[in-house]
Design a binder for this molecule. Structure first.
Ligand code: XMP
Length: 431
């Protein structure tokens, strides 16, 4: 089934994706295309019911004001324009705010687009497409347990079952229970073909004595590629690699060239002779749609709505040179924090929250004796795009409860602090 589509032509607006989301929320599929798409290219898409030209501040390239191909007005497709004063169409609005109340009428009444964009249809379509692409061959997936890779896994399991081979690498820097939950959900519940690699010792050995944050990140990233490659070489007859590429990864609105599609994220680092064809079933979806898709596929809500977690994991929250003692402290404290945030109903409200353990000690008192132990720092932030962030004004009682539990339950800790710093000047992570 090919869904009806409203095409947004990127004429330098920075809000193209917001508009696309708005149209999809009406139940009609929408995609963003470069401003200079030709009439033939539009017709080749075959299911375009309407066009919206969306102008904005980035409409000058190399000193020349860009415009759409005038032939598109002759394609027999209704055209609306927003903030593009030279558009030759009947429906023109100066601003997004002015266009918004008219959007539904344009999409449904003027364009007669069918409202068939929903997750059930999307999943059915993708299953058909994946089966057509893959046939009876095999697909490899690096399953981190993050939202995108988990949803890709669930979709592929539904489409091709055991032809999907998932590799989950536990680098020992996961949060408490995380690898266990990947195994429980995918191996036990969904009966996936899952290879579990416990690389904890390997990572901790490589990271021993390494204090520089960038160096730590590099080691963690490079080691992942190496392990994944080793596993891939052990397997026979794999032709495809699945990736959790999502729509924002391939759309870049308002660039200098006003071209919207940038190259797909590749599996950076895999050697040349490990050539795979890519399977990217989520590449049409926005993040919130990926979550809806995950729920529709039966994934647990904790997995689908989990907060962002950096690739290097707890490795960048156990500051300086990682030690097992402090790694356990940061993991246990993080588990307590997450549990108490859940109990207080904050887990879906606060964007990201975690604990940090620095590599210095302070003096305290325990059992009437002098102690010399680590502090735990709590961080809880809200943000739209992670470029800037504000701190969550946490309820005092919640903070005290968490502090009390960390003090009593986490070994080697004698202090708890709350980080009040916004980004900038701080970053969200400590390393
Ligand atoms: P910062 O610390 O730069 O973090 O303010 C912004 C967001 O990015 C996440 N982050 C990372 N994610 N690999 C990742 O996949 C990394 O190396 C990394 N460093 C930071 C961070 O958790 C926050 O959501």
């Amino acid at each position: 089934m090919k869904q009806d589509m409203i095409v947004i032509l990127d004429l330098g607006s920075t809000e193209n994706t917001v508009l696309a989301r708005e149209i999809r929320a009406l139940g009609v599929y929408s995609e963003i295309y470069p401003h200079d798409i030709t009439k033939a290219e539009l017709e080749a898409l075959s299911n375009v019911k309407g066009i919206i030209i969306y102008g904005g501040p980035n409409n000058v390239v190399d000193g020349v004001e860009i415009d759409v191909n005038s032939e598109i007005y002759e394609a027999g497709i209704p055209v609306m324009s927003i903030a593009h004063d030279k558009a030759k169409c009947s429906e023109k609005y100066d601003t997004y705010e002015a266009a918004l109340p008219e959007l539904k009428k344009f999409v449904l009444d003027t364009c007669h687009a069918e409202t068939n964009w929903n997750m059930e249809n999307f999943i059915a379509d993708q299953i058909e497409l994946i089966r057509k692409q893959v046939g009876d061959r095999k697909v490899l997936l690096a399953l981190s347990g993050g939202v995108d890779s988990s949803v890709v896994a669930a979709l592929l399991i539904k489409a091709i079952g055991k032809q999907l081979v998932c590799v989950h690498v536990n680098h020992g820097l996961m949060r408490k229970g995380e690898s266990e939950s990947v195994i429980e959900v995918f191996k036990n519940q969904m009966d996936a073909n899952l290879i579990y690699v416990d690389a904890t010792e390997r990572y901790l050995t490589k990271l021993e004595g390494v204090a520089d944050p960038e160096q730590k990140r590099k080691i963690i990233g490079a080691e992942f590629i190496r392990i994944f490659e080793e596993e891939a070489r052990k397997l026979d007859g794999i032709d495809f690699l699945a990736q959790g590429t999502i729509y924002p990864d391939i759309v870049e609105s308002g660039t200098k060239t006003a071209k919207v599609v940038k190259s797909h994220h590749n599996v950076g680092g895999l050697p040349e002779d490990l050539k795979f064809e890519l399977v990217e079933p989520l590449k049409q979806l926005f993040k919130d749609e990926v979550r809806l898709c995950g729920v529709a596929l039966g994934l647990p809500e904790e997995m689908v709505y989990r907060q962002p977690f950096p690739g290097p994991g707890l490795g960048v929250r156990c500051l300086g040179a990682i030690t097992r003692e402090r790694l356990e402290a940061v993991r246990e404290a993080d588990a307590i924090l997450r549990e108490e945030f859940h109990n207080a109903g904050l887990d879906r409200k606060v964007w990201q929250y975690f604990t940090v353990v620095p590599d210095f000690k302070s003096v305290g008192v325990r059992n009437n004796a002098r102690s010399y132990e680590y502090p735990v720092i709590i961080r809880a932030v809200n943000t739209i795009d992670a470029m800037s962030a504000s701190i969550e004004k946490l309820d005092w009682d919640v903070l005290l409860k968490i502090t009390d539990r960390i003090m009593n339950e986490v070994p080697n800790v004698n202090r708890v602090c709350y980080d009040l710093s916004p980004k900038p000047n701080a970053t969200i992570e400590w390393e």
